[in-house]
Structure formats: structure tokens, C-alpha cells
Design a binder for this molecule. Structure first.
Ligand code: DGT
Ligand code: CA
Ligand code: CA
Ligand code: ZN
Length: 596
């Protein structure tokens, strides 16, 4: 394995996983080290900053999942480009072995035996050599393998080659709701609920897991396996089954009777790290956890609900979004979990693009202000904010921009005036906002004279994504520095599965927001979900106000707000942390004050 001083997070995660795999083959009991390495790999892979940058800034130690030992190894890596201890372990095994581990179903032990039997040594060709050997029937002849595992390996290689990326939530939710409709056609299905990352509302989902409560597991598994949209049945056992749907989407089903349904939900909601931590906590109390219940000295206790399961352990109920082993067990033990924000707490949407033609450089909305207000009313909001993109810089002089904003301001005040009598009857109030591009030099893309006409503005980066952390942060802070600019929209600029986003000095940004009462947006657009959950948690810890909005460019998209709620919940946000849970009267006061 080639290592260097400048390894990326993904490469480091791969390195740590390789060491964990090698440790499985090393003599002695390495269980805890294997867990620690895999865990560190996850932590590094999911970190929002590059480990190298954290190390540069002396902050690598604070990354959860990196203990003293691992820190010493990474320190060596960034200093010298190598980790002596890793090399010593990895050198016991051929590079081909680590490549075979990419194939689903092949673990370190089988990979080792395959490499030995087939003489596989080099990386990069190992998978094709394995495939060739399987096609020629060589694998069936290796001791401990046989024809069945040979066929399975061929299938898995095919899957590995066509492996799809993780799913975004709207697709996962659609698939789940269609499948749930199908499941409910079977009268023996008493309940059906999502599990895993989908239930925890992670930004992306690897596969879909579903729980069913039933007293007829056999029949339910048969009904599930007969799902008309399936491509094939991967597995159908007594309590579990798996299907593949078009687009390489896997669905895992777990069934159990109602009496133990609570522990089933708990066990397969995960996350893996939460479950490991919970298991350790329970073990200290002499209890052992499983999907069937809690084993005590006197026998097995069953739980029909998750609440009773957690309560039995002396913990308050932990909402799925918090189950990531970031301190939730300790806080639940003290009964101090926040009451997480809910969709019904939201009083208005503050980032909406209507079709008021402000001649923007990009993306005008399609709905009229009235249509958007009507939709806001249906959603039960008291207000909405229209934040079209600023008039394009290249196409307008400062004077022309001011004229355009004057017209928009007039249009919005007319709309409010027409509906004035209706406000008491629930017609929402429209705020006059604007989404302003942050220029490469940190300048706002409209003259300040325009801002004077607005109720508020938000600023955001839509171009020039490259730049050092310092430069990018300077840019953002400079653009935020105006009393009418109330929040920073889609702060990382990430596009899930497309663009990683910009590098900012978050501590500096948080400090600035705190000192100047600026808010950060949680953009609920499912491809953005920006701020990401991990940063939401930091913002909440720093006492920074957050705005959850949809960034809608059409009326229908206004339904997406709940995706933002989930991100906020994953970041431990309570109602008080979310600015747009304030009622209209308070929001008006807050915006009219400017700068406060
Ligand atoms: P994903 O699918 O990659 O987005 O992430 P999850 O969290 O849905 O993970 P998944 O589908 O592998 O497993 C679902 C949950 O089941 C996981 O969060 C932890 C829990 N779990 C508990 N025991 C086991 C086990 O033995 N195998 C698996 N695969 N999951 C287990
Ligand atoms: Ca899953
Ligand atoms: Ca699964
Ligand atoms: Zn934007």
C-alpha cells in the first residue's frame, strides 16, 4: 500500500481499513484494535475537514474516534509519509488481498486463502484474475470453497463492478413508500417501519432496511419476496429477506412478532457505533442486547416498543437521528436530551425564489408571489421570504439594479397590501428578501442602496469555489458584514455526490456569527442539506441561530422543508435554535431592527 504525507481522508480511511483487515489475520486477540481501526476509518472518511489540515492546525486529536494510539500513527504519517507499525503488519500480506476485500462477501480470511491458492499477489489485477479463475472453475476446487461459493463470487464481482453510489433521500423514501404499500396488502403485516440510515435520516442511504411486525413471518417473507418490482431475491430466511430492485437498490427486511418489535426496531436502526456503545454500557450492568430483547440473569426480556427498551436500560428514549455515538447515551442517562425541533414548529420559509423577474444571473423561480404565499398558507406558515438571486452583475449598472429592486419591493408591498385584511384569516405575510452572490473578492453583487429597500438578505457562494481556507473565510465574512444581511445560505456549497464544497475556517465563522448575530442556513434541498448535520451540531453548541428553508424555485419544492428538519435534528437542534420557529410578530421585530 502506497502511503504519503498528503493522503486524503478517503485514502487514509482505506489504509486504516486495510490494517484492520490484516489484524484479523494476525495471531492473538485483536478484536478491540480491529474495532478501533474501523471506527477511526469511518471517522476520518466522514470528517468535514481533511485530516491533514486538522493535523496542520493541531486539531486532529479532537476528531472523535481518533484515540491517542491512532493519533501517534497519523502524526507519524503526516511527518514522514509512512507508519512503521502499519507497514510491519501490512507487509505480511500481498497487495492483491486488500483489493479482493472490495468484493462484497469476501472477508480477510477468504481473501487470504484465495490469494494463496491462486497465487494472486499484485493489486490492480487481482479482481480480474479472480474472475478469470472463477470462470475456469478453479475456485470450486480450492479447499473450503466449492461450486456454490464460486458462483457467488462471480455474482459479487458483477455487483462490485456495477456498484451504484449511495441513494439520496427522496429516491429512498419513494422506494420505501411503494414497498410499504405492497407489504400492507398482506393482512398479516401489523406494522412496517424503515430502519437503518433511512430511519436515522442520514443525508444518503446505502441500502434500505425495513421492519415488519407479524405473527406469520413465513407468509410475510413470501409476500415480500413476491414484490413485483424486484429484480431478484438475494436471500429469504425465516426472519430476514433481501431483494434487489432496479438501479442496484438493495432492500433488507427483518420480521418479528409485536411482543419483541421494539428491540427489533432498536437493533436495526443502528447506527452500528450507537449499538456498540449501547452494548458496552449494558454489559457493565450485566445485560446483553440483541434484536430479540435484553438478556438478564433471570432470562430474556422482550420489548414491544423502543421507549420501553431504552427505559429498561435507565435511559430516556433516544430519537433515531441522535443514534450516532456522539454522546447521546451519556446525555440520555442524565435525561437531558434536547427536545428536537419538529416540522410543526416552523412558522415560515425564508429562502424562496418567485418568478418576479429581477433579471438574475441564474435560476429565476417559476411560481408567482401569490402562488407561493398560497402554498405557504397551506403549509400553515405565518410568513414567507422571497429571496430571488440578485440582478446579474454583468447585465446591469448599479442604477439599473436599484430600479429592479424598487420594482420588486413595490410588487411585494402591493401583495401584502391586497391581503392585509386576510392576514388575520391566515394569509401569510411576505418579506422582501434577496439572495446575494458573494464575489471572488468578497464583495456583494448588488450596491448597498438596494439592501436599504429590503427586509433582509442572505449571501451565498455560487462561483469561484477554489481558494485557501483563509481567503474563502475572508470572502464570506466580508459579504456578511452588513446589517441587512441576516444569514449565510448553503454555507459549504456542497452538492451531494457531485461537489464536496468549499473549505472554511468554521471556528472563525462561528465566532463572527455569534458576535454579529448572523444566522446560518440549513438548506433543505435534498441534494444540498447544507449546513451538514455535523456542522449544525457545532453551530448549536456555539449558540448560533439557524434558518431552515427550502431554497425553492417552484411551489412544489416548498414541501421539502422536512429534509432540513431532519438535518437539524441530526445536529441536536431544538426549536429555540431555529430562528424561523418564531411567530410573525417577533420575526418582523427581529428583521426591522436590522443588525441586532
Ligand atoms: P447504510 O445502509 O450504509 O446507509 O447504513 P445503515 O446504518 O442502514 O447500515 P446497514 O444497512 O448495514 O445496517 C442497518 C443497521 O442494522 C445498522 O445501522 C446497524 C444494525 N445492525 C446491527 N447488527 C447488525 C449486523 O449484524 N449486520 C448488519 N448489517 N447490521 C446490523
Ligand atoms: Ca441500510
Ligand atoms: Ca442493510
Ligand atoms: Zn443559492
Amino acid at each position: 500500500m502506497i502511503t504519503s504525507k498528503t493522503m486524503t481522508n478517503l485514502q487514509i480511511a482505506g489504509l486504516l481499513r486495510a490494517v484492520a483487515a490484516a489484524l484479523e489475520l494476525e495471531p492473538g486477540d485483536n478484536r478491540f484494535r480491529i474495532i478501533a481501526y474501523n471506527r477511526a476509518a469511518d471517522a476520518v472518511e466522514h470528517a468535514t475537514s481533511e485530516a491533514k489540515d486538522l493535523w496542520d492546525d493541531g486539531e486532529l486529536k479532537n476528531l472523535p474516534g481518533i484515540g491517542a494510539n491512532l493519533f501517534a500513527h497519523l502524526d507519524e504519517l503526516f511527518n514522514t509519509g509512512k507508519v512503521g507499525h502499519f507497514e510491519e503488519i501490512l507487509n505480511h500480506y500481498p497487495p492483491a488481498l486488500f483489493e479482493l476485500l472490495e468484493i462484497p462477501g469476501i472477508g480477510p480470511k477468504s481473501a487470504f486463502r484465495l490469494c494463496k491458492a491462486l497465487g494472486l499477489n499484485k493489486a490492480h489485477t487481482a479482481v480480474s484474475q479472480l474472475e478469470k479463475a472463477a470462470k475456469h472453475g478453479h475456485i470450486a476446487k480450492i479447499e473450503g470453497f466449492g461450486a456454490d461459493s464460486q458462483a457467488q463470487i462471480l455474482k459479487s464481482i458483477k455487483e462490485y463492478r456495477g456498484r451504484s453510489v449511495r441513494m439520496l433521500l427522496p429516491r429512498a423514501l419513494k422506494i420505501t413508500s411503494e414497498l410499504t404499500d405492497w407489504l400492507k396488502k398482506d393482512p398479516h403485516v401489523l406494522r412496517a417501519d424503515p430502519l437503518g440510515s433511512l430511519r436515522r435520516h442520514c443525508a444518503t442511504v446505502g441500502d434500505i432496511d425495513i421492519a415488519v411486525a407479524t405473527n406469520h413471518p413465513k407468509g410475510v417473507i413470501a409476500h415480500f419476496s413476491a414484490y413485483p418490482k424486484k429484480i431478484r431475491v438475494l436471500e429469504a430466511g425465516e426472519h430476514t429477506a433481501s431483494l434487489v430492485l432496479p438501479g442496484d437498490c438493495q432492500i433488507d427486511l427483518m420480521v418479528q412478532p409485536s411482543a419483541s418489535y421494539g428491540s427489533l426496531l432498536q437493533h436495526f436502526t443502528g447506527s452500528k457505533h450507537h449499538n456498540i456503545a449501547l452494548r458496552e454500557y449494558a454489559m457493565k450492568k450485566g445485560l446483553s442486547l440483541s434484536e430479540y430483547g435484553i438478556k438478564t440473569k433471570t432470562g430474556m426480556k422482550e420489548f414491544s416498543t423502543e421507549e420501553s427498551f431504552y427505559n429498561y436500560l435507565g435511559l430516556e428514549y433516544i430519537p433515531p437521528e441522535l443514534r450516532e455515538d456522539t454522546g447521546e447515551i451519556k446525555v440520555a442517562l442524565d435525561h437531558h436530551l434536547p427536545r428536537l425541533v419538529e416540522l410543526s414548529d416552523i412558522r415560515g420559509d425564508l429562502q424562496l425564489h418567485s418568478n418576479i423577474n429581477v433579471e438574475p444571473g441564474h435560476d429565476l423561480g417559476t411560481g408567482t408571489p401569490d402562488q407561493m404565499a398560497q402554498k405557504a398558507r397551506e403549509l400553515g406558515y405565518e410568513y414567507l421570504g422571497l429571496t430571488e438571486h440578485n440582478p446579474s452583475v454583468s447585465g446591469h449598472t448599479a442604477g439599473q439594479m436599484l430600479e429592479i429592486i424598487k420594482i420588486k419591493t413595490h410588487q411585494i408591498s402591493e401583495a401584502n397590501h391586497i391581503h392585509e385584511k386576510d392576514h388575520e384569516k391566515g394569509f401569510p405575510y411576505i418579506f422582501n428578501g434577496l439572495e446575494i452572490d458573494i464575489g471572488p473578492d468578497g464583495r456583494r453583487s448588488v450596491p448597498d442602496s438596494c439592501l436599504d429597500l429590503l427586509d433582509y438578505a442572505c449571501v451565498s457562494v455560487h462561483s469561484s469555489f477554489q481558494g485557501t481556507k483563509k481567503l474563502m473565510t475572508d470572502r464570506v465574512l466580508s459579504a456578511l458584514d452588513h446589517p441587512k444581511v441576516r444569514f449565510f445560505a448553503h454555507p459549504t456549497t456542497r452538492l451531494l455526490q457531485e461537489r464536496e464544497g468549499i473549505d472554511l475556517d468554521w471556528d472563525r465563522l462561528f465566532d463572527f456569527c455569534k458576535t454579529h448575530s448572523k444566522w446560518l442556513e440549513i438548506d433543505a434541498w435534498p441534494n444540498r442539506l447544507d449546513l451538514p448535520d455535523v456542522l449544525v451540531k457545532e453551530a448549536v453548541n456555539n449558540g448560533i441561530g439557524l434558518v431552515i428553508d427550502t431554497d425553492s424555485h417552484s411551489v412544489a419544492e416548498m414541501d421539502y422543508l422536512e429534509f432540513g428538519i431532519w438535518v437539524a435534528r441530526r445536529g441536536w437542534a431544538a426549536k429555540n435554535d431555529i430562528v424561523n420557529t418564531l411567530p410573525l410578530t417577533q420575526m418582523r421585530k427581529l428583521l426591522n431592527k436590522g443588525g441586532e
